[in-house]
Design a protein around this ligand. Structure first.
Ligand code: ADP
Length: 150
């Protein structure tokens, strides 16, 4: 059976930290779906469609990587995609607390789906999408945090 993973997130925006995680997953799985979560009630700062284009361009030479936008529960996406693994990144203990709660909820919703955590490289552990948004909103240059130019 093909080993398939989904890597869901808001990716508002997708940063060098997210990219590093995906690149480290490539040797481990047959297919990786980067899934941009879309919530009607929570508008994004960066356009989802544009983010999809940036991420797709970034991995255009990686045949194992696909990018999509999804609505609704992540476990429903996993079922639809027939993915056995859900990947989340951990930067620090705050991430850990939050992520373990989500993993428990997902476990009870869909026990066949295994959540796997991967720790960030130290050089990326201070990058967060919310800081990037703040800098950008206030006219600062955010290109050092992003693997593409906006
Ligand atoms: P969400 O809103 O779903 O938490 P994010 O886009 O903020 O979505 O993050 C998606 C995943 O990437 C999460 O598992 C998060 O912990 C992880 N992540 C966020 N920033 C980094 C980073 N700098 N390095 C590695 N992983 C990160």
């Amino acid at each position: 059976m093909l080993k398939k993973a989904i890597f869901p997130g808001s990716f508002d925006p997708f940063t060098k930290g997210h990219e590093d995680i995906v690149r480290r997953l490539i040797p481990l799985f047959d297919e990786i779906v980067i899934a941009i979560g879309s919530h009607a009630e929570k508008k994004k700062y960066f356009q989802e469609e544009q983010m999809l284009q940036h991420i797709s361009a970034l991995f255009k030479n990686e045949s194992k990587v696909r990018v999509k936008i999804y609505q609704g529960l992540t476990v429903h996406l996993a079922k639809k995609e027939q993915a056995q693994y859900l990947i989340r990144g951990l930067r620090n203990t705050i991430d850990f607390e939050y992520e373990s709660a989500i993993a428990k909820a997902n476990q009870s919703l869909y026990p066949e789906l295994e959540t796997l955590f991967i720790t960030t490289k130290p050089e990326y552990s201070y990058i967060s999408s919310s800081i990037v948004r703040d800098i950008h909103k206030n006219g600062g240059n955010v290109n050092e945090y992003l693997p593409y130019v906006i």
